[in-house]
Ligand binder design. Structure first.
Ligand code: NAP
Length: 534
């Protein structure tokens, strides 16, 4: 197959993002672990997404590692919501502090994997030419890393620059004196737009579907806040894992429909200023389960948009009306709606007149041509499955993962796929993914996976696999909890419906992190239910 001699490892971890680095740290003491990373630096999401305005949408006190108390006591976040450079600095600090660098191969993209059934080993090829042979692969490839670029023709004719938010040049981009077209109004577009507007001669925001967004309330961390977190970290980390989204918000018991209008407004006003998107979505117990309750929150946010945006026509265009709040990921912003009051910002309705092509001058829509110097694509990701299906993964009997997943992903507990033994995913499809705070839940999934590997070693086993019965059970569980929520009423990357030709199936576990963790633990505690160990 190849004349290069393989390198042996116990475990290959794919990706040096936050989960991958923790997997390397967690298992690296007892096993020979090699971590392969496509980027030339660590940090994963926070390495690639360096567009202007990129910052976390959950407070950094929560969205940070909890596995090492000295780390969380010593590290200082400058702002409540860390910006990308600080998150990347944190990732590099962790790599150095825990001595991970010598086992991370940067600029090394995994291109192909094949399971050797006779030896129960994975062969892992990279674009660097060599290959590794290992017992286990942990794909810490992230939910959101395969970028989505619309298939418009004519890119080669455009004289200006085309950028994607997730492949941003390290040296940055100078927008001064430029006419900039920003396509996409999800979390990335909503964060980037206000910063670009401050620099550009003119910013045209091409909106196909308006986003719901709330203000982050970001500010520098004050000493009292930091002291309070550091005094309570161990306890709060435990509490996070006992919540729906691994995030400390208030979980009210009231239904929106049993409150007076005044009471609704008071509760929603508080949630609007809570600095937590989760809080707005659980302001009442039924926001995510009842369309009428959901609409109370939608109308509140639409009211905010109409208050903030001066031009009534622009305000109406910015008001989402076609899907429930939370059905798509709720954005959290720093001055997004207010930005539309600037003279140098224009909102373009790319729903009424869809973009059809790049052209020499800029972008062409069904109606007109928009002259531009720079086009920024904030058009999102082939989420959840894309990172895995872009690798040529061959399991038992020559089965290809991308073929198996053609009509949508199948997994057991979001961790393993039938026909692909000894391959684990972290934050894979059918996990809570972005429905829960991802650093903490990533650590949890790594610990759970490490337990499996350690118990395999202890018991002298070399192969663990799941089967289609277990996959069907997990699909039923996922569908059942999803059918009780409003998510099915929105097109989004949660469903794959943002990608032309991708199977439209709901891919996120929305039963809450607590239930997810209980089911994962129960499977192991009850004799590895749904798994076979050989
Ligand atoms: P996204 O939410 O999928 O948004 C993509 C945007 O591009 C949508 O507005 C979409 O419109 C638009 N679009 C796609 N193709 C288009 C086309 N052909 N013509 C016109 N518009 C088009 O992607 P994202 O903003 O990158 O965010 C993805 C996820 O990443 C978020 O949901 C969040 O979980 C995560 N994220 C987090 C942060 C943070 O922590 N702060 C920041 C950024 C991203 P439609 O809605 O009509 O499809």
């Amino acid at each position: 197959m190849t004349d290069v001699s393989p390198e042996a490892a116990d475990i290959v971890v794919i990706g040096a993002g936050f989960s991958g680095m923790y997997a390397l740290h967690r298992l690296g003491g007892d096993y020979r672990v090699v971590c392969l990373e496509a980027g030339d630096g660590v940090g994963g999401t926070w390495y690639w997404n360096r567009y202007p305005g990129a910052r976390v949408d959950i407070e950094s006190a929560e969205y940070s590692y909890g596995f090492d108390d000295a780390l969380q006591q010593e590290w200082r976040w400058p702002e409540l919501f860390a910006a990308q450079p600080d998150l990347e600095r944190y990732a590099n600090h962790v790599a150095d502090r825990f001595g991970l660098r010598d086992r991370i191969r940067l600029s090394t993209r995994v291109t192909r994997m094949r399971f050797d059934e006779s030896a129960n080993l994975w062969h892992v090829w990279t674009d660097r030419g060599g290959y590794l042979v290992c017992r286990y692969v942990i794909a810490a490839t992230g939910s959101l890393n395969a970028s989505n670029t619309p298939p418009w023709p004519g890119r080669e004719n455009f004289a200006g620059q085309v950028l994607h938010t997730t492949e941003w040049p390290r040296e940055g981009v100078d927008f001064r004196g430029k006419r900039v077209g920003l396509v996409g109004t999800g979390s990335s577009g909503v964060q980037a737009a206000p910063i670009i507007a401050e620099q550009a001669e003119h910013l045209f925001v091409f909106q196909r579907t308006p986003a719901f967004s709330m203000p982050s309330g970001n500010r520098p961390v004050d000493p009292d806040y930091e002291r309070d977190w550091k005094a309570n970290y161990p306890e709060r980390r435990k509490q996070m894992l006992q919540t729906y989204g691994a995030s400390l918000v208030k979980y009210p018991t009231l239904s929106a429909l049993e409150c007076s209008k005044e009471e609704q407004d008071r509760i929603l006003e508080e949630a609007w200023h809570s600095r937590s998107a989760f809080q707005l979505l659980v302001a009442f117990r039924d926001v995510l389960t009842d369309m009428a309750a959901n609409d109370v929150v939608c109308e509140f946010v639409r009211g905010k948009i109409r208050q903030i945006v001066n031009d009534p026509r622009t305000a109406e265009l910015l008001c989402p009306t076609t899907y429930p709040i939370g059905g798509k990921r709720l954005c959290i912003d720093n001055g997004y709606y207010g930005m539309f009051n600037r003279d140098n910002v224009t909102l373009v309705d790319a729903r009424a007149a869809p973009i059809t092509a790049f052209c020499e001058e800029g972008l062409r829509t069904m109606e007109t041509t928009w002259p531009l110097d720079v086009i920024v694509l904030a058009t999102g990701f082939d989420a959840l499955t894309g990172a895995m299906t872009r690798i040529d993964i061959e399991g038992e009997g020559g089965m290809r993962l991308r073929e198996k997943w053609q009509s949508g992903p199948t997994t057991y507990l979001g961790s393993m796929v039938a026909g692909f033994p000894n391959l684990f995913m972290i934050h894979g499809p059918m996990t809570p993914s972005a429905q829960a705070q991802m650093i903490t839940t990533g650590e949890w999934q790594v610990d759970w996976t490490a337990r499996i590997i350690e118990e395999m070693t202890r018991d002298g086993k070399t192969r663990i696999q799941t089967d289609e019965t277990a996959e069907r059970w997990w699909q039923d569980e996922l569908s059942q909890v999803a059918s009780a929520t409003v998510h099915r009423h929105a097109d989004s990357w949660y469903r794959g419906s943002n990608i032309d030709g991708k199977a439209d199936v709901f891919m996120i576990y929305v039963g809450g992190f607590v239930r997810f963790a209980e089911l994962c633990n129960a499977a192991l505690d009850e004799g590895y239910r749904g798994f076979t160990r050989l």
